[in-house]
Design a protein around this ligand. Structure first.
Ligand code: FPP
Length: 254
């Protein structure tokens, strides 16, 4: 677990202020990390300062998720729509995975975390892709928390590509329509092999999905907070988990 890192930093790992039930921890938590820009603006800082602080929150929440036994943590780091932002901001955001991994990869490895990426690799600059691929390669045999970066990810594109590929295969006689069920569709998405999120968290007060995991979130519990991502702490994360543990998931049943 990531306790060792905290020990090395001379810090005791922040445990939940109120107890968490250990037998109903969500297996997969997905997070829309929003509010970096507003956090920075409120402090008279450039937006990039918000993204930089957001990177630090990634580390804290990864630790917290690992500590309580979450198995998959998916973080929406860059959407297929984020290319519309000013070039300087896009360039900055593209450098963050490399910066994060340069600082954290050794500790992620030491703590048995496996890094994955969910998104379209071909549009990413080499320096982004190289850093992520190196992390994926070096953590491939780790068996602990799976830290899944949604990077250049868009859910509608993901579904359209899957549908087009399947249609072509049906046309060529390699696939039958009857074989396409929910599990098969899931297996053709970028999240293939990863179970659907149990819990979605969105920070910053926005109440929308922003093209994030639209298929996979069909039965996920959702938790929204007004807190901006850079100030989202372990205790906020535990609060979301406690709320999740109070909910009854019925999947359309009674
Ligand atoms: C949305 O906030 C945030 C993003 C588009 C980028 C999220 C990226 C990080 C939190 C850092 C990622 C770190 C790693 C390690 C990849 P916004 O900028 O849209 O905020 P605003 O809505 O307040 O303007």
């Amino acid at each position: 677990m990531l306790q060792r890192l905290w020990a090395r930093l001379g810090k005791s790992s922040p445990q939940p202020a109120q107890p968490l039930s250990s037998d109903n921890v969500p297996q997969h938590v997905a997070i829309i990390m929003d509010g970096n820009g507003r956090w920075a603006k409120n402090r008279g800082l450039p937006r990039m300062a918000g993204h930089h602080s957001g990177m630090k929150a990634v580390k804290h929440i990864t630790m917290a998720a690992d500590r309580i036994g979450v198995k998959y943590l998916t973080l929406y780091a860059f959407s297929t729509e984020n290319w519309k932002r000013p070039k300087a901001e896009v360039d900055f955001l593209m450098k963050l995975p490399g910066q994060f991994l340069e600082i954290e990869l050794n500790d992620l490895i030491a703590n048995n975390v496996q890094v994955k990426m969910m998104g379209y690799k071909s549009d990413l600059p080499d320096y982004t892709l190289d850093a992520v691929e190196e992390a994926i390669k070096r953590t491939a045999n780790n068996t602990g928390l799976i830290l899944n970066f949604a990077l250049n990810y868009g859910s509608r594109k993901e579904m359209l590509e899957a549908i087009k590929d399947m249609a072509a295969e049906v046309q060529q006689g390699q696939l039958t329509c009857e074989a396409i069920d929910e599990d098969y569709m899931s297996s053709r998405l970028l999240s293939s092999g990863i179970p659907d999120p149990d819990l979605l968290i969105r920070t910053s007060g926005e109440l929308r999905l922003s093209n994030f995991m639209l298929w996979q979130l069909a039965y996920s519990e959702m938790w929204f907070t007004d807190v901006y991502w850079p100030e989202f702490t372990e205790e906020h994360f535990y609060e979301a988990i406690r709320e999740y543990q109070r909910r009854a998931r019925r999947y359309g049943g009674v």
